[in-house]
Design a protein around this ligand. Sequence first.
Ligand code: 5GP
Length: 189
Amino acid sequence: MSNKRGRLIIVSGPTASGKSTLWRRLVQREGVDFSVSATTRAARQGEMDGRDYHFVSAEQFQSWIDAGAFLEWAEVHGQRYGTLREHVLQSIDRGHDIVLEIDVQGARQLHKCGLPLVSLFVMPPSREILEQRLRGRGTESEEQIQQRLSIVAEEMSYAADYQYQVLNDNFERMEAEVEQILGYRKEVL
Ligand code: 5GP
């Protein structure tokens, strides 16, 4: 057991940027926890309560807001999402880093919270490659592709709010860069 305090590791980025693959890899490490958020949205197929999210009613969520249970919370696509204060403090007090996969509004609040943190914004390689990937999947109509691309452009404008912008040109390279930023990897790339 370490007496060094852990850090919050904030991971954000547009859809299809590779942020989910990245945080899933990070939390496989010993001493790196995942912050299970609370949300008012319904569970999707395959999601498990307590593992992916704490799925709660709007009333429960509001009572947690009133009780000050959230370190941050935000409304995304009409649903509420929040980081539970106690869970995060428990991790960092025992010297663990804790990964938060949250949106830009949440990251803004946490930059001001005074806790030790590292914030990462995962950038997809380029609009062209993202477009190719979306077209390659062949699951979206042209209109849907254009709509997704316009959202990505807006999301990218928030990248500057983060301490680090990491480019996912190649996943292994990006992962190594992130490990170095976090001090998990000692050798210089
Ligand atoms: P989804 O419903 O697809 O799981 O997540 C939708 C959005 O909510 C994503 O951008 C995700 O990063 C964000 N999100 C998930 N949990 C939290 C949270 O606790 N706080 C904030 N601010 N955003 C969250």
